[in-house]
Design a protein around this ligand. Structure first.
Ligand code: URA
Length: 440
């Protein structure tokens, strides 16, 4: 039987851990015979020494098997999910899940909450009056069978070792390690019972991986791990150097998602949602080419079937489906404040991170895991990269309840903009690269 002290020393000295050693260490969390300080030391050793492919797969597998691995085999159809590494204004899950489902994919999604400057799908969904994200795994399967899609929060049965390790990583400054991030994300996603996974790995100032080469390494590692565990994988590497779409917050992002499902959303958001949904259709084997898959997804918006799916999903999860016809039923702020430009020009940059932080200061996000959020507040950006601005034009509308941080939020948003006198082209696409594993 391995001893924790020997496993830590081996990794500290740059050795590769065996599958048995990794399984024993992960098993020690539930058995209670590996102390927190020993895991903390191992995490730091992994942070500095890294892990090779076999070690990362073994860690992911052991973390996944620390809890329930959902069996969805009794539900017909290919089950494909999407995971985003997170960003500002990133509400693609709310748009692509109904699109992919309407195109025939079974979409079982276990999503997360916002933390820091990034938003979370669960917080957005909970701004729909009555919407329940805490459902049992039995109900998760029922909703999937009935509506072809389901969006819930992580249950305590899914990858409990990740919950323990994530908290330790947070407390020991070992979060930013590619094998640890890959194992953490993939262990939860693979426990959902999926056949394939589309990854949206973001890069830019508002992303977890700011540098393109880190985003690429993370995408390659996650594709590799998923493929080694028998799943079809696609990763899109996408820009998060300005917020996605125009809305940042919770209810306001649901309203923008509904607009997209009606074919009336901003082009960057609509395009990325369709690109990701098309990858899901392709992974599900429902189209021969990505162009065909994209066409099928576009038709679900044109014929209203994606919007209908969203309506069914809301009703199945206890929410008020009338918000689809009347987004005015979503929570509304007490005040709307316009932020005027103090100079003119063309928007050359709009950094995402300060927009995310300003929105959090208004109450839309949480600084700590246990903080509460205000669903009604947020920001609607009227000017993005490439837009012309005259002095006095509104750069954005701030949706405000508590005004205590309003001034700071306004300063941050103003500072996030950079103007130039000449013309600046808006980026034509947010997709930088595409990686594929396991698709013949
Ligand atoms: N999200 C996760 O679930 N885990 C990580 O380690 C990082 C982001």
């Amino acid at each position: 039987m391995p001893r924790a002290v020997d496993v830590i020393r081996k990794k500290r000295d740059g050795g590769a851990l065996s599958t048995a050693e990794i399984e024993w260490m992960v098993g020690g969390i539930a058995r209670g015979d590996v102390a927190d300080y020993q895991w903390s030391a191992l995490l730091m050793a992994i942070f500095y020494r890294g892990m090779d492919r076999a070690e990362t797969v073994a860690l992911t597998d052991a973390m996944m098997r620390s809890g329930v691995v959902v069996d969805l085999s009794s539900i017909p159809g290919a089950k494909v999910d999407k995971h985003s590494t997170g960003g500002v204004g990133d509400k693609t899950s709310l748009i692509l899940a109904p699109i992919a489902a309407a195109a025939g994919v079974m979409v079982p999604m276990v999503s997360g909450r916002g933390l820091g400057h990034t938003g979370g799908t669960l917080d957005k969904l909970e701004s729909i009056p009555g919407f329940q994200v805490d459902v049992t795994l039995d109900r998760y399967k029922e909703i999937l069978r009935e509506t072809g899609l389901v969006l819930i929060g992580q249950t305590k049965e899914i990858a409990p070792a990740d919950k323990f390790l994530y908290a330790l990583r947070d407390a020991t400054s070992t979060v930013e390690s590619i094998p640890l991030i890959a194992a953490s994300i993939m262990s939860k996603k693979l426990a959902e019972g999926i056949d394939g996974l589309v990854l949206d790995v973001k890069t830019g100032d508002g992303a977890f991986m700011e540098r393109l080469e880190d985003a690429r390494t993370l995408a390659e590692t996650m594709c590799d791990v998923g493929h080694s565990m028998g799943k079809k994988m696609v990763a899109l590497i996408t820009r998060m150097d300005q917020p996605l779409g125009r809305a940042v917050g919770n209810a306001v992002e649901v309203a923008e998602s509904i607009a997209c499902l009606k074919g009336e959303g901003p082009a960057d958001l609509m395009d990325l949602s369709l690109d990701l949904a098309a990858e899901m259709v392709l992974l599900a084997g429902l189209a021969g080419t990505i162009e065909e898959a994209r066409g099928a997804c576009e038709r679900t918006v044109e014929d209203g079937s994606a919007l209908e799916r969203f309506r069914h999903l809301i009703a199945a999860q206890g929410g008020d489906p009338n918000v689809v016809d009347d987004p005015g039923l979503l929570p509304r702020p007490r005040r709307v404040v316009e932020l005027a430009a103090d100079r003119g020009g063309c928007v050359a940059r709009l950094r995402s991170r300060p927009i995310g932080v300003a929105t959090m200061l208004l109450g839309a996000g949480r600084a700590r895991v246990d903080s509460s959020i205000d669903p009604a507040v947020g920001v609607i950006l009227h000017k993005k990269v490439g837009d012309l601005v005259a002095p006095g034009d509104s750069l954005c509308s701030l949706l405000v309840d508590d005004e205590s941080e309003l001034e700071r939020a306004c300063e941050m948003i103003s500072d996030a903009y950079r103007f130039e006198d000449g013309v600046v082209e808006a980026p034509t696409t947010v997709v930088i690269d595409r990686l594929v594993a396991g698709l013949d």
